[in-house]
Design a protein around this ligand. Structure first.
Ligand code: DAH
Length: 338
């Protein structure tokens, strides 16, 4: 009898129930009028006196553990199910808060991928630049009026150090350190001394492209740009408008045909269907010479585009300041992009 009771105690300890019915069945089995414990008490009466002490103690233990098990299971089942139950290993884990990529990074990574696929390497340069790499080597000598096209933050005067106003400075560094053939893109942050508004900021991001080789022509430039706009926007129709940049000759501004299919298209393109996306041109022979590349042997094209502007276009964001405020509620929206 003692062994049987000990086994019952063990069984009770490991018992668990998922419904009130199961608890009730358990209660009836052990504690009911015709239950196990009562039947033990009946047998107990006919035991020899010397055995009664041990068995009595065990019987009380059995009764107590059955009672507390019933209480424990009832409390467990009636407790708020939304609260995690520590001993229920089948419950799903707490959701983990996952961050998201910044829209600038998403667009930058995509553009880098598009150009990597056609053999462009990635190059970078310093954000604090000297006058030579940001201006002079790019055919913008001191006092050249075109320097005013990009209002500059100066860090130091004489020698001049400044926050680079464009990623074209990386072109110069790359050509100084590498021999043609060159195919490289340079993403990075640039700075301009401009009033902050919904449309402009004092820092933003650009990607510079450079291709130098023998016999590179304007047709190569145009084809590369068509490939790019098809990949990024799914639109292959572009137009090149004559423009001026000191470091390219001839220079052009690139528009992509977005279409006029709905109200947003009208708004974005100001009713023209065309969107301006970047500047480009054939690298000026003076720039090649400044970087010790012979312009009689080599030619090339360059282009520069604003990543922020593309991010605003692709995600229909109407205020550039949102890109630098880093409000988590804003950034959260880009979790599933790309
Ligand atoms: N650096 C120019 C800017 O910041 C962009 C640009 C235009 C880069 C034409 C180029 C280019 O390489 O060929 O406005």
């Amino acid at each position: 009898m003692k062994e049987k009771i000990k086994k019952n105690i063990k069984d009770i300890e490991s018992f668990s129930a998922l419904s009130n019915e199961e608890i009730e069945t358990f209660r009836i089995k052990y504690l009911g009028k015709k239950g196990l414990i009562n039947s033990y008490f009946i047998d107990f009466k006919s035991l020899d006196n010397d055995k009664k002490k041990d068995v009595g103690q065990l019987l009380n233990q059995l009764k107590n553990s059955a009672n507390s098990k019933v209480e424990e299971l009832k409390t467990y089942l009636s407790s708020d199910n939304s609260q995690p139950k520590l001993n229920d290993l089948s419950r799903p884990g707490d959701p983990i808060q996952i961050g998201s990529r910044h829209p600038i990074s998403i667009v930058k990574n995509r553009i880098v991928e598009i150009f990597s696929n056609i053999g462009f390497t990635i190059s970078e340069g310093p954000e604090i630049e000297d006058d030579w790499h940001n201006f002079s080597a790019l055919n913008l000598p001191e006092h050249h009026p075109a320097r005013d096209m990009q209002d500059t933050f100066f860090v130091n005067k004489d020698p001049d150090f400044l926050l680079r106003t464009h990623t074209s400075s990386v072109q110069v560094r790359f050509m100084e350190n590498n021999k043609p053939p060159i195919r490289t893109i340079s993403p990075g942050r640039v700075y301009r001394n401009e009033a902050i508004s919904a449309r402009s900021h004092c820092f933003f991001h650009q990607i510079e492209g450079l291709c130098i080789d023998k016999n590179v022509s304007f047709a190569d430039l145009k084809q590369t740009l068509e490939y790019f706009t098809t990949q990024l926007f799914g639109k292959s129709k572009i137009r090149l408008r004559p423009s001026y940049f000191p470091f390219t000759e001839p220079s052009a501004e690139v528009d992509v045909y977005w279409g006029l299919n709905n109200e947003t298209d009208y708004k974005m393109t100001k009713g023209t269907g065309w969107l301006e996306i970047m500047g480009c041109g054939m690298v000026d022979p003076n720039v090649l010479e400044n970087c010790n590349i012979d312009p009689n042997e080599y030619s090339g094209f360059a282009f520069g585009l604003g990543i922020d502007r593309i991010a605003l276009l692709l995600h229909q964001i109407d205020d550039i300041r949102l890109l630098s405020e880093n409000d988590v509620r804003f950034l959260d929206q880009f979790k599933s992009s790309f």
